[in-house]
Design a protein around this ligand. Structure first.
Ligand code: DX5
Ligand code: ZN
Length: 235
């Protein structure tokens, strides 16, 4: 089934004040954001530790926002149960995690399906690749398991930290995916600003994550609007 693509702007709550997380998150929704992007780091897959399922569980009680959980962890299969139980609306895990191959990726996908069934939930399944991973590793998944994949995230920085520079060369992957899969949700994450949104949108991304550029903007509402318009222009 083809779907009509929407422009989706996701502030990364990594740039929020964790002591006032619920208020900061809801303020972003009031400013016009579509989703809340939750960067989960385990200090092993990436060289940083952020937040885990307990924080998602707490946040869930205080917001109706779509919780887009980006798992930068070595063993996502260990955490799927907890994140679904905590109220994640989407789980994006890395192709490079677990064994970094097709088989282990399909296993994690299947685990999300099983946990959804067990818990009566409808958490979406998405996959991401780091800058050095070639885009074609995703083709067998997208060609043979289309219905199971909600979104592909193309990282435009090395995962681990907010505030890094946008890697424009990664947009080639977005172009390739957009040509091959016109109806796929394609997300870009890392270094997205009011300027770098343009190449991302032109390449075909319809979902963007932005941490520093939105949270540090003097007018976050305006920044979100500029990003949305850049995407809509290219849909
Ligand atoms: C990087 C994270 C990103 C990051 C984005 O590892 O996945 O979501 O928080 O932040 P900015 O927009 O500041 O690059
Ligand atoms: Zn992220």
């Amino acid at each position: 089934m083809s779907q009509q693509l929407q422009a989706i702007i996701c502030p990364s709550i990594l740039s929020a004040d964790f002591a006032t997380l619920a208020a900061d998150s809801n303020q972003m929704l009031d400013f016009g954001a579509d989703w809340l992007h939750v960067d989960v780091m385990d200090g092993h897959f990436v060289n940083n530790i952020t937040i885990g399922a307990p924080v998602v569980k707490s946040l869930r009680k205080h917001t109706k926002g779509f919780l887009d959980c980006h798992l930068m962890v070595s063993h996502p299969s260990k955490w799927i149960h907890d994140f679904i139980e905590a109220g994640a609306d989407n789980i994006t895990f890395h192709y490079e995690s677990e064994n970094g191959d097709l088989e282990s990726t399909l296993k994690v996908m299947n685990l999300i399906k099983e946990e959804n069934e067990k818990q009566g939930k409808q958490c979406k399944t998405s996959i991401t690749i780091k800058p050095k991973t070639p885009v074609d590793v995703l083709f067998p998944i997208l060609d043979n398991h289309t219905e199971s994949i909600y979104m592909i995230l193309i990282m435009s920085v090395e995962p681990g930290f907010g505030g890094q520079s946008f890697m424009a060369d990664q947009m080639e992957k977005v172009k390739i995916l957009r040509e091959k899969y016109p109806h796929l949700n394609i997300q870009v994450d890392g270094g997205v600003t009011e300027t770098t949104i343009v190449p991302a949108a032109e390449a075909g991304a319809n979902v963007v994550v932005s941490g520093s550029a939105i949270f540090k903007s003097p007018q976050p509402q305006q920044t979100i609007k500029v990003m949305r318009e850049a995407i809509q222009k290219n849909l």
